[in-house]
Ligand binder design. Structure first.
Ligand SMILES: Cc1cc2nc3c(=O)[nH]c(=O)nc-3n(C[C@H](O)[C@H](O)[C@H](O)COP(=O)(O)OP(=O)(O)OC[C@H]3O[C@@H](n4cnc5c(N)ncnc54)[C@H](O)[C@@H]3O)c2cc1C
Ligand code: SF4
Length: 340
């Protein structure tokens, strides 16, 4: 019987797999997609220090290959069932049932579908994109112009799209999108120095190392303008520009701005499979629908189901470095449990 079955091969699953292998555990790694790496595969450079996301993925691929960790790709886990002897049966889309002593859930998050915020015109107006789309464009080194070949003169970012939002049912803060906006706004200025950049925010949450400094740099060095305000409506003009109607809540005045491109800072949501795990083994979730840690302080990798652990953003929005730390502590928790 396998010691640990890891579900998900994003940064969390990969980091935990390497650590558990080093402590002598027999592990299998299951991934629903055709590649390992999770969401980070689609990113360009990473905050806080501009590290290339592709370098991180290649590093983990080498580590996994060097250890010959058994990895099943294109394998979607549909359910976790606890057996009477305390072990688990894990069911998959390929009709293979894995038997294991412990399960480590590292299924991460899914991106908020921006079409749900109709007022911003995503998939209706061609120059409205999401932060994830923009990150992919940077990573693919797409030309820094609009799809129709026109140059960019002015762009705006809207924060908190699908987070901290009653209507979307997501009350929580997605934590990494403020600093992602700063990162992407600076990148835009580096690529197109003459472009004017505006960020519309409700609050700025610069919680991590170097984040506040980057925010200052964005204003002082790159001239990016941060406007505390709510965007109420977006409309397309005849020449495919976008008219943004907003209220500057600091100056208490409404205003309009015409931009060439609008970037929606989409939040993170719980993966669909979390609900399947909730159903199949009684896994407890928080109001945010992410998995509820057994204890926030002393046991944040354990869950209410004995023998089922978590690593990474399946417990809520996390940065890459927070994910790596959480995955390392997951490996320790699982090893301790197996040694009991
Ligand atoms: C636009 C954007 C930009 C970002 N930029 C940065 C940045 O610059 N710096 C930074 O530190 N962080 C950044 N982040 C955050 C970063 O993406 C996360 O920290 C990281 O992806 C979390 O890794 P994870 O392994 O927990 O989850 P994920 O990356 O979501 O990986 C989860 C894996 O599990 C798989 N999976 C899910 N369900 C199943 C299932 N049922 N069966 C099998 N496999 C399954 C998925 O396919 C995926 O491969 C950004 C986030 C966004 C949205
Ligand atoms: S990190 Fe910033 S943009 Fe993201 S939800 Fe929190 S406040 Fe909004």
């Amino acid at each position: 019987m396998i010691d640990v079955l890891i579900i998900g091969s994003g940064i969390a699953g990969l980091e935990a797999a390497c650590n558990l292998y080093e402590s002598g555990k027999e592990i299998f790694l299951l991934e629903k997609e055709k590649n390992v790496g999770g969401n980070v595969q689609n990113w360009d450079t990473l905050f806080p220090d501009g590290k290339n996301a592709r370098d991180i993925i290649s590093y983990y691929m080498q580590e996994i290959q060097a250890r010959q960790i058994t990895t099943y790709l294109n394998t979607y886990v549909t359910g976790i069932h606890k057996c009477v002897d305390g072990t688990f049966e894990v069911h998959t889309s390929r009709d293979i049932v894995f038997k294991c002593k412990t399960v480590l859930i590292a299924t991460g998050y899914s991106l908020f579908n921006a079409e749900r915020k109709e007022e911003y015109g995503y998939q209706i107006y061609e120059n409205v994109v999401t932060s994830a789309d923009l990150e992919k464009r940077f990573a693919q080194q797409s030309k820094n112009q609009l799809p129709n070949g026109k140059p960019l003169h002015r762009i705006a970012f809207i924060h908190c799209v699908g987070s901290r939002d009653e209507k979307s049912g997501n009350h929580y803060c997605s934590k990494v999108c403020c600093i992602t906006a700063v990162k992407q706004a600076i990148k835009m200025k580096q690529l197109v120095p003459d472009v004017e950049v505006f960020c519309f925010y409700m609050d700025l949450r610069m919680y991590g190392p170097g984040f506040e400094e980057k925010y200052r740099e964005a204003q002082e060095k790159w001239g990016i303008q941060f406007i505390r305000g709510r965007v109420s409506e977006v409309a397309e003009t005849l020449d495919k520009r976008l008219q943004v109607k907003a209220e500057d809540t600091l100056a208490a005045r409404p205003f309009k701005l015409e931009v060439d491109m609008l970037v929606l800072m989409i939040g993170m949501e719980s993966q669909a499979s979390t609900a399947l795990f909730q159903k199949s083994c009684g896994l407890k979730c928080a109001d945010s629908r992410f998995i509820q840690p057994y204890q926030h302080h002393l046991d944040s990798n354990a869950t209410n189901v004995k023998g089922v652990f978590t690593a990474g953003a399946c417990i809520g929005p996390l940065s890459v470095f927070d994910t790596i730390n959480h995955a390392r502590s997951a490996a320790i928790s699982v090893s301790n449990f197996l040694a009991e």
